[in-house]
Design a protein around this ligand. Structure first.
Ligand SMILES: *Cc1c(COP(=O)(O)O)cnc(C)c1O
Length: 376
């Protein structure tokens, strides 16, 4: 039984006018109807047994989903809050940031803003971080304490070989932080097997839940480091969160209850339909349907072959055409894609396949794209 009715996002334009758009965005994405329904419930106290039941069940579902026994925290922030937390709780002075685009760059900015010294590992745009390159960089920089990896670089539509990179960092005795914001849910992640210290995401990407929740797992080693961290602040102090979670009182601050209820529903829905393998296969299928479709229209994808993201296709705009023109024309046809990002803004446009999307919607979108391309 398909669980998808045609999805439509109503975006207010003027008070009197609304337009309907199908979303192929990279976050926020279209949300599952079941999720929206679960989020529309009346509020209740976050110190009630009803909340505690929801909280601990959601934590358990997430631990199963990313295959970890580590603590999982639900921050009332977005994923970037977790990025900042990893730096503040676990790094004394030096870290290495793998940069394949804007979000890797953000990790290094967050580290610098928190007074850390950053070694940047930055291949040319569109190319992945390769294990031997990371190995070499860590040999040259024994002082770094942690390695930050953007699993899926949303801005360039590129996925890094995390499964091979994590053991390299571990061989050098480094902590591993993973920005899995646009990959968690969209592809395989095995936190314990790959020995990831901090692995975080946001609600508004692959899980198809509205924004407002930072989701992440934190290893024993990271918690230990947090004990003696100086100037780590309070709001994202892992120890404060661990204490309350272990005491059975959930969170130290007011949790984003609707988002947590939405995420709980999404995770149960995934389990019911076939589990995480089914979900990541669904992503692969949607993603390839879009990629094959745009290739048929004569377009190519930006990242190096073999490293294309399973959750967003970054597509080279046709020769001489600004990618944002295609974005605008697709909007006029009722499809919201994503514009190119940062230095790729003009040269590319992106088609996300995260959240609530049906195969038939993909076909309609591709048809519209074909019309747009022939009108140029
Ligand atoms: C969207 C995104 C972010 C930012 O997430 P927020 O939820 O806005 O904090 C960070 N990293 C990646 C890879 C992303 O796709």
């Amino acid at each position: 039984m398909p669980f998808i009715k045609p999805f439509i996002s109503k975006i207010p334009v003027h008070e009197s006018e609304r337009i309907n758009l199908k979303l192929f965005t990279v976050g926020p994405v279209a949300c599952y109807p079941e999720v929206l329904e679960a989020m529309g419930q009346q509020m209740y106290s976050h110190r009630s047994k009803e909340y505690f039941a929801l909280h601990y069940e959601t934590v358990k579902l997430l631990q199963n989903f990313i295959e970890t026994r580590n603590e999982v925290f639900l921050f009332s922030s977005t994923g970037t809050g977790f990025m900042e937390a990893s730096v503040r709780n676990c790094v004394r002075k030096n870290m290495l940031c793998c940069i394949n685009g804007s979000f890797g760059e953000r990790f290094s900015e967050v580290a610098t803003a928190n007074g850390k010294t950053v070694v940047k590992l930055e291949p040319p745009l569109g190319e992945p971080i390769l294990p031997d390159v990371l190995d070499k960089a860590l040999k040259e920089h024994p002082e770094v304490e942690a390695v930050a990896i953007t699993h899926n670089e949303t801005s360039a539509g590129l996925i890094n070989p995390l499964k091979e990179l994590a053991p390299i960092a571990k061989n050098h005795g480094k902590l591993v932080f993973v920005d899995a914001v646009s990959s968690m849910g969209g592809t395989e992640i095995k936190v314990d097997e790959w020995d990831i210290d901090v692995c975080f995401s946001s609600s508004q990407k692959c899980f198809g839940v509205p924004p407002g929740l930072g989701i992440g797992s934190v290893s024993e080693k990271s918690l230990k480091l947090s004990e003696t961290a100086v100037d780590k602040g309070w709001y994202f102090d892992f120890k404060v969160w661990e204490d309350d979670q272990k005491k059975g009182v959930g969170t130290p601050v007011t949790p984003a209850i609707p988002q947590i209820a939405g995420l709980n529903t999404a995770l149960k829905m995934i389990e019911k339909r076939g589990g995480k393998k089914w979900y990541s296969d669904l992503y692969k299928e949607r993603n390839l349907r879009i990629r094959r479709g745009v290739e048929k229209l004569g377009l190519s994808t930006f990242p190096k072959r073999g490293y294309e993201s399973p959750t967003v296709n970054c597509i080279n705009a046709p020769e001489g055409i600004d990618g944002s023109v295609i974005y605008e024309k697709m909007r006029e046809k009722g499809f919201e894609l994503a514009q190119g990002y940062g230095p790729l803004k003009k040269k590319t446009f992106r088609i996300g396949n995260m959240g609530y999307i049906e195969m038939s919607d993909i076909d309609l979108m591709l048809k519209a794209l074909s019309e747009v391309l022939s009108s140029l």
